[in-house]
Design a protein around this ligand. Structure first.
Ligand SMILES: [Fe+2]
Length: 302
């Protein structure tokens, strides 16, 4: 086709997929081309705006390395991560809901014993978290593995702080034969997503705040069950309604109760007063493809 026009250009580009052998790749690319072209037509993108977009995407890529994933952050703040998550994890049946993985997951967190300390000396409000891992039929899931991570009281994850000397505020814990788990940590606090890069600039330009409500991250796995990638949010947090990455679900909001009892604190190995939270993770028997959990480092590996 030599007479390419505004009207027929999209079809011409899609037609060049004719020799593509992978049908799924072909489907995705054809749709991507049609949607990007439709977007350009709808907003009548100027050349200056197009170049701004190129500069933005370039800066986003330049901000990425093994510890920082600006593209995951971009996907998160545009709601794309949550949409992909929703489409891929239509669980129902009382199973624990997923939420966004976020850009700060790191493989290889240290294992702690059931009841152990994830905070290991970090300042913060002493907190005791306990609960069970159950199947959707109500039976305990013995030996489920909980992979957990959180920010410190200033809102930073270890990978954002230069001299933490290894994995901090991260732990793996194996639930007991009855699916029970418990651990000590510090109460999570609300924090801003990184604002010193292009995603921070675009949030500001959209008139949005960068805050995430306080949460603990969990990946719960057990043989024969769907992996759950989720958070537990702190009830009462002022940002629950406006999470910068749209990750909050009512079923994941948990009361972190203040407990002033010296005796109760002693029992769990914490000073009083402390916060306590409990949750039952409910896993669905695995039916389909398991979620492959990736980290910023995985994305930087080419
Ligand atoms: Fe987080």
């Amino acid at each position: 086709m030599r007479k390419l026009t505004e009207a027929n250009l999209t079809d011409a580009v899609v037609a060049r997929l004719a020799k593509t052998t992978d049908p799924r790749f072909k489907e995705v690319m054809a749709s991507l081309i049609r949607h990007v072209h439709a977007f350009v037509r709808e907003v009548e993108l100027s050349e200056e705006e197009w170049f701004e977009a190129i500069k933005f995407l370039t800066a986003t890529g330049q901000q990425c390395d093994a510890k920082r994933q600006e593209y995951i952050l971009l996907s998160d703040v545009l709601g794309v991560s949550m949409l992909v998550d929703a489409i891929n994890h239509r669980r129902g049946g009382g199973a624990t809901e997923n939420t966004v993985l976020g850009p700060f997951y790191v493989h290889g967190a240290p294992e702690i014993e059931n009841g152990g300390d994830m905070a290991k000396g970090w300042d913060g409000e002493p907190t005791y978290v306990s609960g069970r891992v159950l199947s959707t039929d109500g039976k305990p899931v013995p030996g489920a593995l909980l992979d957990m991570w959180q920010s410190n009281t200033e809102g930073w994850y270890d990978v954002q702080v230069a001299d933490t000397g290894g994995r901090q505020l991260r732990a793996k814990l194996r639930a007991d034969a009855e699916g029970r788990f418990r651990f000590r940590t510090i109460k999570p606090t609300a924090y801003p997503v990184p604002t010193d890069g292009p995603v921070g600039q675009i949030l500001d330009r959209m008139g949005r705040h960068p805050m995430r409500p306080a949460h603990l991250h969990f990946i719960v796995t057990a043989p024969g069950y769907e992996t759950v990638v989720t958070h537990l949010f702190v009830e009462g947090d002022p940002y629950l309604e406006s999470d910068a990455v749209f990750g909050v679900k009512n079923s994941l909001v948990v009361d972190f109760r203040r407990n002033n009892s010296e005796e109760a604190a002693r029992k769990v190995g914490l000073p009083a007063p402390f916060c306590e939270a409990s949750y039952e993770f409910v896993l669905k028997p695995a039916g389909g493809k398991q979620q492959h959990v990736t980290s910023a480092a995985d994305a930087a590996r080419v």
